[in-house]
Design a protein around this ligand. Sequence first.
Ligand SMILES: Nc1ncnc2c1ncn2[C@@H]1O[C@H](COP(=O)(O)OP(=O)(O)O)[C@@H](O)[C@H]1O
Ligand SMILES: [Mg+2]
Length: 139
Amino acid sequence: MTKILVAHDGSKLADKALKKAVEIAAKFDSSLTILSVVPELYLTELSDIDRQRIMNILTEESKAAMERIRISLSGKPFESKTIIRQGPPAEKILETAQKMKVDLIVTGSHGRHGAKKFLLGSVSSKIVDYATCPVLVIK
Ligand SMILES: Nc1ncnc2c1ncn2[C@@H]1O[C@H](COP(=O)(O)OP(=O)(O)O)[C@@H](O)[C@H]1O
Ligand SMILES: [Mg+2]
């Protein structure tokens, strides 16, 4: 059985990536892990209290997105789980992929920040550059 890691940032393209990963998992009896990384904020102009507030909101958003996905995948004929990590997104995705020894990482080409003038978003481009396994980028 192959292991697939889906990087999900709550964006529409991440949903599209998940949909493709679900198709693949159903065909090849793969297990799916959906990972949401809550980014850390480095904005120095923020007070610690504001930083904490924003982190709490982002964490709640991630939890809600993963819960929605968990429910949508329950009853599917393959194994799946959702996980949340905190830190720099690309690094955490790559680290998780290595630790879990996944066979494939699936991401969207763009995410929530949507600067579409670039071919790939910064997270997906780092994953393509540094992953040690195959990467499927959905656009
Ligand atoms: N914080 C995150 N947690 C999990 N996956 C992420 C995260 N940020 C981005 N991704 C993945 O990378 C894809 C591309 O996003 P990104 O490179 O951040 O583009 P953009 O610059 O448009 O936000 C997303 O569709 C998602 O699959
Ligand atoms: Mg982004």
